[in-house]
Design a protein around this ligand. Structure first.
Ligand code: NCD
Length: 313
């Protein structure tokens, strides 16, 4: 038996592996539309069981992992509110819970948890692959993979692009994971836009510097948008604020709408991991540059490709 193929951090994948996932996701997209091909989906997944364990709310990640597994012939056992409905409330540690789940022989465990580093802790006690579906303010690697897959599909390349990442960079794990995964590509330039209280942390910028990625930090939205090939916008994460006054101060600071995106190039794209609140006005949804719903759709195929990789014997 090989070591379990955990997915814990965006940075764990090489560029070649990511390009393999892009090709697999494209193929799975085509296969899903072809009823004859669907029968050929990998035998080793048929009737294997995927565990979805979510201690924090989720819409896209949980549903797309469930759907991805079902399309591949797997079965899904799921808890959508483990923080309330599992033995967590009785004081059971995450480690014990994961050891118990190992006894039930799932093919993989998809874990979303409010503690940063929880996916690593789970992997340390698990012989079954752990897929990090978001660990607190830490990482969200499967989101980062679907994000780079989206850029590749929309713009045909990732190398050489100017990528604006903005919003709540202090609490947003998708922004952290995306910034770090972009280091695998050539001559990407990142422009971070955030209120000064919500800047990206030094661990991420040090990683970029160590990997030769150039970046800038600014509070000037218009100037950043004028440079952008990709705008990756994120929600102000109300639930992670300890000071409600600070949240009130920053919540409407950066709103993308028809007026504020005026400097954006005609061939740029606007992405968002979703859910959005006020930070992208719905009047942008019909703009062809708004890629966020296509992006979420790409998540299904990327997660199918990832389950295939994780569960392969
Ligand atoms: C994000 C998350 O949970 O980190 N959602 C997602 O998985 N697409 C973003 C967020 O909560 O703002």
């Amino acid at each position: 038996m090989h070591e379990p193929r955990h997915i814990l951090r965006a940075q764990q994948f090489s560029r070649a592996q990511m390009e393999g996932f892009f090709a697999d996701a494209d193929q799975l997209r085509a296969d899903l539309e072809n009823p004859h091909k669907r029968e050929e989906f990998s035998d080793y997944l048929i009737d294997r069981v995927l565990f979805n364990i979510f201690y924090e709310p989720s819409t896209r990640t949980r549903m797309s992992f469930s759907a991805a597994a079902e399309y591949l012939g797997m079965r899904v056992v799921s808890t959508e509110n483990a923080a309330e409905f599992s033995s967590h409330t009785k004081g059971e540690t995450l480690e014990d819970t994961i050891r118990v789940f190992n006894e039930y022989q799932p093919a993989a465990i998809v874990l979303r948890h409010f503690d940063t580093g929880s996916a690593r802790r789970a992997a340390d006690v698990s012989d079954v692959p752990i897929i990090n579906a978001g660990d607190g303010k830490g990482e969200h690697p499967t989101q980062a993979l679907l994000d780079v897959y989206t850029i590749q599909r929309e713009l045909g390349q990732i190398d050489g692009l100017n990528i604006v990442i903005g919003g709540d960079l202090a609490h947003g794990r998708t922004a952290r994971s995306l910034a770090q995964i972009l280091a695998r590509f050539k001559q990407v330039h990142i422009i971070f836009v955030a209120p000064k209280q919500l800047r990206i942390d030094g661990e991420v910028t040090d990683y970029l510097t160590d990997h030769g990625v150039t970046y800038a930090e600014t509070e000037d939205l218009a100037a950043a948008l004028a440079e952008a090939d990709v705008v990756y916008w994120t929600r102000i994460q109300k639930e992670r604020f300890t000071d409600p006054k600070l949240f009130d101060k920053v919540r409407n600071r950066y709103v993308l709408n028809a007026e504020t995106i005026a400097p954006l190039k005609a061939d740029a794209i606007i992405m968002h991991p979703l859910p959005r609140t006020v930070e992208i006005a719905t009047d942008l949804d019909d703009d062809p540059r708004a890629a966020y719903f296509r992006q979420t759709g790409n998540g299904l195929f990327m997660r199918m490709a990832l389950l295939d990789w994780v569960c392969r014997p």
